[in-house]
Design a protein around this ligand. Sequence first.
Ligand code: NCD
Length: 314
Amino acid sequence: MALLKNLLSVDQLTDEVLMRLFASATSFQAMDRERMRDLLRGRVMASMFWQESTRTRLSHEAAMLRMGGSVVGTENARAFSSVAKGEDNFDMGLAIGIYADIIVARHMTKGGVAELARDAVTPVINGGDGPGDHPTQALGDMLHIFQHHGTLDNLTVVMAGDCKRSRTIHPDVRILMRHGCSFIFVSRPTLRIPDDLRAELDALKCKYSEQTALNRDIMRVADVMYMTRDQDNLTGGNGNADYTTGDPVVLTPDLLDIAKPSLLVQHPLPRRTEIDRRCDDHEIIPVRKHLRDQMDACFWGRHALIAELMRLDL
Ligand code: NCD
């Protein structure tokens, strides 16, 4: 049983790792706060965010603090770290690895967190690297699906919104495709899934289709509905026409009315207008509760991840 040394890519979330982290997250969820308080006493997390974040940063930091550890770092590393003076990610990682026992980082470029990890002697968690990966969100999303449906296998999963750039859709698909899930990608024509992901789906002979709007046929078969916002902050100033062509994908209460009652709605958040707010209190599929449970799963999943990287014996 190989324990994780860091978490940089969704490829590290094998089924064995996922099941182990799910079990650990579930025991954290039920753990007495007093007992939790001493687990990481005296240990330090460095939290370095080059890109904006609410949930990812605060949930890692709060998990560390609840386990008795401390947190140093910056929420605006772009302005307040030596990167602003021209330092590269390798030297930055080398330095932070001396001060901290674990690093969580979000970077604006793909591969930026892996560069930080190369010379750091401590475990590094990728909290999102530009348009690249977001493995801790995938961990929480999978835990949420597993807790709701009791399985990750053979589900019909709708991925809606920005199928082109969402760094949460891509890793989630990469896990679920191993589990015999079929996919319906729903997006503006300019925001279809990238060719590399399509090639991976084809290689595994996954069943999938690409659509431009949600409709009754999609709603009737969906087990998971994963909504995302336009990732217009990840375009690097280019590609903005992608967001004005065609119609946005919006989930409305009348669509929920015809869904399976067991449908799970997910959104990594933040959300804009892609979920009509009247869905929040839908009688059968209460979307706000689903989103809260998803954030909860991400939080406990991150406790489990930090515990594994710090070699805690629970
Ligand atoms: C996501 C991200 O940063 O990629 N947010 C998150 O971590 N929960 C999704 C998004 O920003 O749209």
